[in-house]
Design a protein around this ligand. Structure first.
Ligand code: PXL
Length: 275
């Protein structure tokens, strides 16, 4: 197994089981050296908590990157998640160019929206900036809501293959290369992920569990990146990530009063077993 060095850029929500507190353990469990560039430090995530603190780390980013360049540090994978500001997106695009190893795989999760709405603190200008970052990536992993914001297509909760094809076409037009659309449901009680890779459409369908958990997008993206950099093809990585995310949601359903995130830790062993 190749031992890969991955950089992940996203916030630290001190409490909330999302972003870096999810990406770091999952990528490590996949066997990768996991380096981090925290985009911001929040006391909690922004979904359901009120009065959270927010320390924007945009100012630190260029100096951190300069130091890495002086030390000749580069990465085989760069994976971005929740970013705190538009200026930060510009820095991240720059960093992606400066510290990518020649074979680097770049993955952008445009973590900014769900259930038809932008997360607290984001606006249309942020969406515009996120489009430019998506165009830099080898793989993007938007959900339906994020795809709609990125493309201007109306958000729908019920749709057919033609609607998904339209999202894929419009995402391709804004420069997305390979696309993994998460949470695509064509039938009651079923959901799944669509992969459009080199123009070829594939769909992995699975059971839709009766509960949803905050942070599952981050779990999915982290497991996808972990599996992809373990040498799995993108479709296999997309399936592993879906199966692991379902295990996390199933386990969370057994935990009492756990509303703010998914209990991904007790089932990390299952992810390792799938690799
Ligand atoms: O799970 C995505 C995410 C990451 N980071 C922060 C968030 C959210 C979603 O709400 O608020 C700070």
């Amino acid at each position: 197994m190749a031992y890969k060095k991955i950089l992940t850029v996203q916030d630290i929500s001190c409490v909330g089981q999302c972003s870096l507190t999810v990406a770091l353990p999952i990528l490590s469990a996949c066997g990768h050296e996991t380096c981090v560039l925290p985009s911001a430090v929040l006391s909690t995530h922004t979904g359901g908590f009120s009065g959270f603190t927010f320390r924007d780390l945009t100012e630190d980013m260029p100096a951190i990157c300069d130091h890495w360049q002086r030390e000749k540090i580069s990465f085989s994978g760069i994976y971005t998640g929740y970013l705190g500001s538009i200026r930060q997106i510009d820095h991240v695009r720059d960093i992606m160019k400066k510290v990518a190893a020649p074979d680097c795989i770049k993955v952008v999760d445009p973590a900014m929206a769900d259930f038809g709405k932008l997360y607290t603190g984001f606006d249309e200008a942020f969406v515009e900036a996120m489009k430019s970052l998506c165009a830099e990536a080898d793989y993007v992993l938007p959900n339906v809501t994020e795809s709609c914001f990125l493309t201007g297509v109306d958000y729908r909760t019920e749709y057919d293959r033609a609607y998904v094809d339209l999202l894929l076409e419009k995402l391709t037009q804004i420069g997305c290369k390979n696309i993994i659309l998460t949470g695509i449901s064509y039938a009651p009680g079923r959901t799944g992920v669509v992969l459009l890779e080199k123009g070829v459409y594939r769909y992995h369908e699975h059971e839709m569990l009766p509960i949803t958990c905050h942070g599952t997008g981050d779990i999915y993206a982290s497991a996808f990146v972990g599996a992809l950099l373990r040498g799995k093809d993108a479709y296999t990585a997309a399936r592993i990530a879906a199966n692991y995310t379902m295990e996390c949601v199933r386990y969370t359903a057994t935990v009492e009063d756990h509303w703010y995130g998914a209990a991904f830790e007790p089932v990390l062993g299952k992810l390792i077993g799938m690799l």
